[in-house]
Write a protein that binds this ligand. Structure first.
Ligand SMILES: *Cc1c(COP(=O)(O)O)cnc(C)c1O
Length: 348
């Protein structure tokens, strides 16, 4: 049977395929035998390249997906009776089916409100001081998403303020970086400024949405939290036996900077989409466009019409039934224009 082709869509960046750099590295890794479970040269090289990105000697562990990276980070940071502060739209809280509590055996998430998908240092402090008795889980960590679920980006100073507040309250700071590359490309700063220099202890470094087949890197800047992590990963079923196929794609995208080129491209496509939507009557962008996604409210008839013309996008992620239009490493300017043309035709 021939598998039908799906055209490029704005549904999600994980609808896109594998980028050429990752694909080529996998083919190279496939040419020979190699030691299993991460004892191979591809894994060593991928770890070295991640350390080079962050300019520090961090601990790097590959897992299959973002839910595992986030949940195992939570488990490494918290005891079962402790809790994590995160934004109400955090993937951790809304899209991981309770995995953080599952892997951390009871750790809970406390959802904070905050403008444009971000949480503020003052809210961390308020939430942490709210309850200090044994009847509530004790706050032990903060998790922020960069770029955020709503497509905004924390500036280095904002992360540093959160890091400072966290340290003062003896909390650990985790970053869900499923789209970290898009944030770095958007800000144009050295990754370390968004990371250990700003007080982040652990990063879930996303590769999948930036052109990898699968596989995220859990990066510990706090050596204490990384202790015995290998056991946690194995126990949770996240230790790949053919580890080189998780690692090689990272080598492919990191060795010559493709990870940032792809992310910058996706961001630029979203910028073009946001500009185009401004000129379409009835369409309204909801947040500042800072990474690779545009959230827009569209008139119901336009929404339905776009879907009838074959466009797919989510309206159940984020608030208000808005259309989430996500650009990928392989989105083209023609894709954006085709979508905008259809939207314009459907405008009243
Ligand atoms: C996609 C995504 C993840 C990872 O999800 P998995 O499906 O578990 O790989 C994590 N955080 C955010 C913000 C995401 O968008």
């Amino acid at each position: 049977m021939t598998i039908p082709k799906t055209r490029r869509q704005f549904a999600s960046d994980n609808w896109a395929g594998i980028c050429q750099e990752a694909w080529a590295a996998m083919a190279e890794a496939n040419a020979n035998h190699a030691p299993s479970y991460g004892a191979d040269a591809w894994t060593a090289e991928a770890v070295r390249l991640v350390r080079e990105v962050f300019e520090t000697d961090c601990a790097v562990h590959f897992v299959f997906n973002g839910t595992a990276a986030n949940s195992l980070a939570v488990a490494a940071m918290c005891a079962p009776f402790e809790s994590v502060l995160c934004h109400e739209h955090a993937h951790l809280a809304t899209d991981e089916c309770g995995a953080p509590g599952f892997f951390a055996h009871g750790t809970t998430l406390v959802r904070l409100l905050g403008k444009h998908g971000k949480i503020a240092a003052a809210d961390i402090e308020r939430a942490t001081r709210a309850r200090r008795d044994v009847h509530a889980s004790m706050v032990r960590a903060v998790s922020i998403t960069q770029s955020t679920e709503l497509g905004t980006v924390y500036a280095p100073e904002e992360i540093a303020a959160l890091g400072k507040a966290a340290r003062a309250l003896d909390l650990r700071l985790h970053m869900d970086g499923a789209r970290f590359a898009n944030a770095v490309a958007s800000l144009g700063v050295a990754p370390r400024k968004l990371m250990w220099e700003a007080g982040v202890d652990v990063l879930s470094f996303g590769g999948t949405k930036n052109g990898l087949p699968c596989g995220e890197a859990l990066v510990f800047f706090n050596g204490e939290l990384a202790r015995q992590f290998e056991y946690r990963r194995k126990q949770s079923g996240q230790l790949a036996s053919k580890m080189r196929f998780l690692a090689a794609p990272w080598v492919g995208v990191l060795r010559e900077g493709a990870w940032l080129r792809h992310a910058a491209h996706a961001n630029a496509m979203a910028a073009q989409l946001a500009r185009g939507l401004e000129g379409i009557p009835g369409a309204r962008a909801l947040y500042p466009r800072e990474a690779n996604v545009v959230f827009a409210t569209l008139p119901p008839a336009m929404r339905a019409g776009l879907r009838a013309r074959g466009w797919e996008f989510y309206t159940d992620v984020g608030p208000d039934g808005a259309a989430r239009l996500m650009c990928s490493w392989d989105t083209t300017a023609e894709d954006v224009n085709a979508f905008l043309r259809d939207a314009a035709e459907l405008a009243e």
